[in-house]
Design a protein around this ligand. Structure first.
Ligand code: UTP
Length: 405
C-alpha cells in the first residue's frame, strides 16, 4: 500500500490523524506504518459507533445444572467415560494465555507469575501439574495447545523451555498466536503507540479456534481424531484440565458442549451466568442482568440464575468447525494502556479495545451441559493484585487444597 492509498483508506473513516507524523519518519518507519494501515480492519469502527451490544439480547430463562451431588452419584460412570475418551486420543486442551493481565499489573505473561510463598510456584506450573495428574490417571499424554499473543509469545515459549515444560511431555505441547486489534479513544479515533506504530493489543479470547485454524493446526487435530476440546483460562490456579468426570458427563448427556459452573456466592457476584437465551444456551454477563434476574429465586430458595461460569468449557471439534466463520459479537472493553496523546506525547490513558469472547461461542451451540463444581476445590482466579480474586485469595485456596506454596 502506498501513501495515497493509505490516506484514502483512513480518510474514508475519519482516521487521517494516523499519518500525522509521516513526514517526520525515516523511510523504513514510513514503510512499516503503511503496512500496518493496510492490515487494519476498519469494520471494527462500526462496532464502536453502535457500542451497546447488550441491547440486542433475547429472552433469558434459567438453566439447571448437573449438580455436585448428581456428579458424586454417577462419578465412576462419568470419569470412566472421560478416561476412555482421553485414552483413545479424542480429547485436546487449549490454554488461553494471550491476555494482557492488566488488572494484575505484572509486566510478563500472567502464567509466569510466582504465586509461591516459601518456594517458587508459577501459575503455569500449577496448570501443568493439574494436566499432568490427569494424564497420569488416564495413562495418556493429552495434547495441549497454548494460545499466546504477538506480545507475549516469545517470553512464554522461552519460559516453558527453561522450565522443561514442568515435567510434561513437550511433544504434546503446541503454541499458536492469536490476532491483534487496534484501539480507539472516546471519540472513536485510532490510538498510536508511537509516531510510526499503531497501538495494537490481543483481540480477546473468542478467536481461539479460528487462530488454531490460521496456524494450520486443524489438519493435525482432525488427523489425530480429536473430537473434544477443553478450553480454559490461564488465571485459575485450581483449574482442573481435561477433567475426566466433566468430559464423561458431557458425553453421557449427549450435549454438544459443556461449561463448568459454580453456585454464585451472592446475587451480586460479578460472574457471567450460564442460562438459556431464546431457548438456546447462553451466558449473560453480570452487568447485563436485570435486578429481577439477579435476585429471582426458585421455590426452594436458591437463586434462579445461580450458576456462574469459570472459563472452563468443552466443545465438539466438528461443531467448532461449523461455526468457525460465524460472525461473533464484538465487545468494547475499556483499559489503561501506554500510548501517545493527541499531541504525540507518551501517556498512560484509558482506551477502548475490541474483543470477541469465548463465552459467546456457547450461544452458537445447540446444547450445553452446565456442570457444577465445588468452588473452593476448582476456582481460584488470579485477576487482581489485591482484594477479590487476587494473589492472596488464590494462595489461601491453594493452601486449603493441600498444595504447598
Ligand atoms: P481476562 O478477561 O481476564 O483478560 O482473560 P486479561 O487480558 O487476561 O486480563 P485483564 O482484564 O487485562 O486484567 C480471561 C482469559 O482469556 C485469555 C486470558 O489470558 C485469560 O486466560 N485471553 C484474554 C486471551 O487469551 N486473549 C485475549 O485477547 C484476552
Amino acid at each position: 500500500m502506498n501513501y495515497s492509498e493509505a490516506l484514502e483508506k483512513l480518510n474514508s473513516c475519519g482516521q487521517e490523524h494516523v499519518l500525522k507524523y509521516y513526514g517526520e519518519l525515516s523511510e523504513e518507519s514510513q514503510k512499516s506504518l503503511l503496512s500496518q494501515i493496510e492490515k487494519l480492519d476498519m469494520s471494527l469502527l462500526n462496532c464502536f459507533s453502535k457500542k451497546d451490544i447488550s441491547g440486542k439480547r433475547g429472552n433469558f430463562k434459567p438453566l439447571g445444572a448437573v449438580t455436585i451431588d448428581e456428579v458424586k452419584q454417577r462419578y465412576s460412570e462419568f470419569s470412566e467415560t472421560g478416561i476412555n475418551a482421553i485414552k483413545n486420543g479424542k480429547v485436546a486442551t487449549v490454554l488461553l494465555a494471550g491476555g494482557q493481565g492488566t488488572r494484575l499489573g505484572f509486566e510478563h505473561p500472567k502464567g509466569m507469575f510466582n504465586i509461591g510463598l516459601n518456594r517458587e510456584l508459577y501459575i503455569f506450573e500449577c496448570l501443568m501439574n493439574n494436566i499432568k495428574s490427569t494424564a497420569e490417571k488416564s495413562g495418556a499424554w493429552i495434547p495441549l495447545y497454548i494460545m499466546t499473543s504477538e506480545t507475549n509469545n516469545a517470553e512464554t515459549v522461552e519460559f516453558f523451555e527453561k522450565h522443561d515444560y514442568f515435567g510434561y511431555n513437550k511433544d504434546y505441547v503446541t503454541f499458536f498466536i492469536q490476532d491483534m486489534a487496534f484501539a480507539v479513544d472516546e471519540n472513536g479515533k485510532i490510538i498510536l503507540e508511537d509516531k510510526d506504530k499503531i497501538f495494537l493489543s490481543p483481540n480477546g479470547n473468542g478467536g481461539w479456534f479460528s487462530s488454531i485454524a490460521k496456524a494450520g493446526l486443524l489438519g493435525e487435530i482432525k488427523n489425530k481424531g480429536i473430537e473434544w476440546i477443553n478450553v480454559f483460562a490461564v488465571d485459575n490456579v485450581l483449574q482442573q484440565i481435561a477433567d475426566p468426570a466433566f468430559i464423561g458427563s458431557v458425553i453421557c448427556s449427549e450435549c454438544e458442549s459443556g461449561g463448568k459452573v459454580v453456585s454464585k456466592a451472592s446475587p451480586d457476584e460479578k460472574v457471567g451466568v450460564l442460562c438459556l437465551e431464546n431457548d438456546k444456551p447462553s451466558i449473560v454477563e453480570y452487568y447485563e442482568m436485570t435486578d429481577e434476574m439477579r435476585n429471582g429465586r426458585e421455590p426452594d430458595g436458591s437463586l434462579s440464575y445461580r450458576y456462574g461460569v469459570i472459563l472452563n468449557y468443552l466443545f465438539r471439534t466438528d461443531r467448532l468447525e461449523e461455526i468457525m466463520n460465524n460472525e461473533m459479537p464484538v465487545h468494547i472493553v475499556k483499559k489503561k494502556v501506554n500510548c501517545l496523546d493527541e499531541s504525540g506525547n507518551p501517556v498512560n490513558r484509558e482506551v477502548y479495545k475490541f474483543e470477541t469472547l469465548v463465552l459467546d461461542m456457547i450461544h452458537m451451540q445447540k446444547s450445553c451441559l452446565s456442570y457444577e463444581v465445588e468452588r473452593n476445590r476448582e476456582f481460584a482466579p488470579v485477576k487482581n493484585a489485591e482484594g477479590v480474586d487476587s494473589v492472596d485469595t488464590a494462595r489461601n485456596l491453594l493452601i486449603e487444597n493441600g498444595i504447598e506454596i
